[in-house]
Design a protein around this ligand. Structure first.
Ligand code: R5P
Length: 301
């Protein structure tokens, strides 16, 4: 975390992520108003903020399916400043473009750095949850805003699994998931296992399960993002082939593109659980308390 966001006096939500924005505002005991968006037939957007505005506002919107949303959110931030806001925070529980953190093949844009710089120019603070930071250590390196806060939902995972599958083995489908496994298992007695994943394409992955006894046991797969669902589906099939009694999946960001949800069911995943960082029928863990804890004014001394 770098710094603390200025405590907002108003949350501005968007129609595609309104309920979580309202929950956050309730937690912070402030109002929530809506940014009006009209999509023109040619694909451009007309963006209007409610006026007048207080000095400190926070825009709350998840930035999954990001291309239109990024432009609209930046337009809303600029309009808010034009109408009196002096400090503008972005609360984006899902922050996009964080996985492209390197030029993997010559000529590729390093999207993490470019999108991060764009947001840092426009927002005084950026608050997000479990950004996919692999080759950089802190959110501030990817998003060099005056204040960049990366929260983690993994601590919520432990209690959820404890109340649903207390004897589960937590399995992370790739090396990067080790951090979420460790946080989810902290303070609990879950056994954990981290797999090795090799990705050959968007929907082509292989997953090697480490030496751990899965026969007859409940497995909960834990990962940060489910996009096509391929990673979880392949891992689930491997666990079931090794005799797991059940496989559930728990993710922070359920993007679930295309047929992901059906593919996971077809792979034998019994329950899919996610946070509300991206709105989806699998949401079971709301993030408002976590987000509010990072944003409320510190107690007066
Ligand atoms: C990548 O390293 C992430 O942690 C996820 O494992 C990945 O984004 C999942 O993608 P998909 O669902 O398309 O396999």
């Amino acid at each position: 975390m770098s710094g603390r966001p200025p405590a907002p006096q108003l949350i501005l939500g968007f129609a595609d992520y309104l309920a979580p924005a309202q929950r956050l505002a309730q937690r912070l005991r402030i109002g929530c108003a809506t940014v009006a968006i009209h999509r023109f037939p040619d694909g451009e957007s007309r963006v209007a903020v409610p006026v007048p505005l207080p000095e400190h506002i926070a825009l709350c919107r998840s930035l999954d399916r990001p291309n239109d949303k990024l432009v609209e959110t930046i337009l809303a931030a600029a309009a808010a400043r034009q109408h009196g806001a002096r400090a503008v925070t972005l609360v984006a529980p899902y922050l996009p473009y964080m996985r492209q953190d390197s030029e993997f093949t010559p000529g590729e844009a390093v999207s993490q750095r470019i999108v991060g710089a764009l947001l840092a120019e426009r927002f005084d603070a950026v608050v997000t949850v479990d950004p996919h930071l692999h080759r950089v250590a802190t959110l501030a390196e990817a998003v060099p805003a005056p204040c960049a806060v990366a929260l983690s939902a993994a601590a919520l995972f432990g209690a959820w699994v404890e109340s649903h599958e207390p004897d589960a083995v937590l399995v992370g489908p790739d090396e990067e998931s080790a951090q979420w496994l460790a946080a989810a298992a902290a303070g609990h007695r879950f056994e954990t296992a981290v797999c090795r994943k090799v990705r050959a394409g968007d929907r082509e992955v292989t997953v090697d399960i480490p030496a751990v006894r899965l026969a007859g046991r409940a497995v909960v797969l834990v990962d940060d993002i489910a996009s096509t669902g391929t990673t979880l589906a392949v891992a689930a099939r491997r666990c079931l082939a090794l005799g797991a009694a059940s496989v559930d999946a728990l993710v922070v960001h359920g993007l679930f593109v295309g047929s992901a949800a059906a593919d996971l069911r077809a792979a034998g995943v019994r329950n899919v659980w996610s946070t509300d960082s991206v709105l989806h029928p699998t949401n079971v863990l709301p993030l408002d308390a976590l987000l509010a804890g990072a944003m409320e004014a510190p107690p007066a001394v």
